[in-house]
Write a protein that binds this ligand. Sequence first.
Ligand SMILES: [Fe+2]
Ligand SMILES: [Fe+2]
Length: 274
Amino acid sequence: MKLLQLTDIHLTTPGNTIGGRDPNANFRRALDHILMLHDDAEAIFITGDLSDWGERDDYLRLRETLNGLPMPVHLCIGNHDDRSTFLSVFPECADDGGFVQDVIPLSLGHAITLDTWGPDTHAGHFCETRAAWLDSQLNTLPGPVWLFMHHNPVPLRIAPMDEIMLLDADRFQRCVALKKDKIYHVFHGHYHLPLSGSVSGIPFSAPRGTNHAGWPDFSATRLLSAADLTEAYSVIFAEPSYTMVHMVEFGYRGDVRSEESPDCASWNKLTMAR
Ligand SMILES: [Fe+2]
Ligand SMILES: [Fe+2]
């Protein structure tokens, strides 16, 4: 099963730039790259910060863009989004409690998109209502389950970044720990940094975003750091016995070489061994 994760697309008023880059153009470039190389993907997940400032026009343009894609696209909201404005354009994304979360059947198990949005803060939230909803879904679903969310559920150990992580991380960690055998992977975004690790024994990963990039400055005390690194998305191969996650730097403009060998027929030594 092939899935794709895009994160932190930060759509904005056409012509505007963020970090010197055009997020609308970069989102389109990411989609064109996907259509050229990964149109066999089963689904795309975009893990939040869909609009840079939660503006309705961004969501309207996003809806129109997604309508032109051959595969389904599932959305999370992030701290830069506005839940009510988003739902005014994507009303079908609300669950019964008004959160932007969903259970999506896949050819292998199910994906669950989580809502970690909270008003007036860049930090993430996972309240008792959302924990009860996730717990109920995890009790019902047979597994495997793939979780998609915006905020990171463990600290980066970088002070200003950890101020805006998932503030209810303890609640989230307790919730997933009870079902860790069912949850094969957690995919998140938020810092525009490639990250990987585990939470309650469950692997997680995040790709860099499709526009501006973060930088891990471990000495930072007050401000987030940024760098001019290449735009990226994730290609995920999800199988019963393994999950492979590639971060594809679609914004890379250099050459891609075939590695030469004196004897091309035996570059992997298999021919020589016979
Ligand atoms: Fe972001
Ligand atoms: Fe974010």
